[in-house]
Design a protein around this ligand. Structure first.
Ligand code: THG
Length: 288
């Protein structure tokens, strides 16, 4: 199975078999967050820095960075956020935008090797995003949807992922630098959707052997008791081969599920990570 290596100026993170789960922290995203949106709109980086530090402290390995504010100059904003984050944290970044210009601006400001989130199989995305990824020597998340939409079967999603890999190879991006996302939708809106995501993960794992990410919190959108649902879903996804889930590391239940999965999948010798987290939580009076 392939390894993907990401870097900040001073830290290297390797995702892949034999490595503990690499959590991608989801909180630098203004969607549904009023105060963060307002600060970003003013170009203010106080909350961005605070969320970065909190996610690092909670155990994130990478930070997703989304500046999707309607009406903002997102290229400029992405550059400013990347600069602020590089002064604040040594975690490698995952730049989250569908716009090649926004990605190019963020990658240009970045002094490491970022993960680009994401490219789809849509012709315009392949043509615009892949050359930007290649020019900056970045890695990229592939979303298996194309100009005819999102396939509703695991086999259909695997076929689109394979087409994205072919196009990436044509511009000189190695297969191990493509992380595949099976696509996660709200299970409250379609009760078959989580199952398709999980089936896609195992098919991708068997056929491609590449790293797999997923936006865990999408699954519980609109439902109560989101953390319990997200935690169970991420444990299932990790058992089937996901290696770098995007989730909220500030939810204690999510990091508990990730640490439990690390232990159960053989990535935590002598349960030392599990015990260390329990002791740290007891000292600070919180949950493990
Ligand atoms: N795949 C990839 N990237 C992604 C996603 C994916 N990026 C975006 C998203 N999906 C993952 N990130 C989030 C971030 C936040 C939430 C869900 C997914 C979320 N936020 C709360 C809400 O909207 O209710 C608000 C949080 C708060 O107020 O603190 O649920 O699938 N590659």
């Amino acid at each position: 199975m392939a390894e993907t290596t990401l870097r900040s100026r001073s830290r290297t993170v390797t995702i892949g078999p034999g490595h503990p789960v690499a959590v991608i922290g989801e909180r630098l995203n203004p969607t549904g967050r009023r105060v963060l949106s307002q600060e970003l709109a003013r170009g203010e980086m106080r909350l961005v820095r605070r969320e970065a530090l909190a996610q690092a402290e909670a155990g994130a390995a990478l930070l997703d960075v989304n500046v999707g504010l309607p009406g903002a100059d997102q290229a400029r904003l992405m550059r400013a956020v990347v600069e602020a984050l590089q002064e604040t944290t040594d975690l490698p970044l995952c730049l989250d935008s569908a716009d090649a210009g926004v990605l190019d601006a963020g990658l240009g400001a970045y002094g490491g090797r970022a993960l680009v989130n994401s490219v789809t199989g849509e012709e315009h995305a392949l043509a615009e995003v892949l050359p930007v990824v290649q020019a900056h020597g970045a890695a990229v998340i592939a979303l298996p949807m194309d100009d005819s939409g999102i396939p509703d079967t695991a086999e259909g999603r695997l076929r689109v992922a394979e087409r994205i890999l072919e196009r990436a190879a044509l511009v000189g991006i190695a297969a191990e630098d493509v992380v595949i996302d099976p696509l996660t939708m709200a299970v409250g809106a379609d009760s078959a959707s989580a199952r398709v995501t999980l089936d896609t993960i195992s098919l991708l794992h068997r056929h491609l052997g590449l790293n797999v990410t997923l936006g865990v919190s999408n699954v519980s959108h609109g439902l109560p008791a989101r953390t319990a649902l997200n935690a169970t879903f991420v444990a299932m996804a990790l058992a089937l081969g996901a290696t770098c889930p995007i989730l909220n590391p500030l939810e204690a239940g999510m990091m508990q599920a990730v640490r439990a999965a690390n232990l159960c999948l053989g990535y935590d010798d002598w349960a030392s990570g599990w015990i260390r987290a329990f002791r740290a939580a007891r000292r600070s009076g919180g949950e493990a």
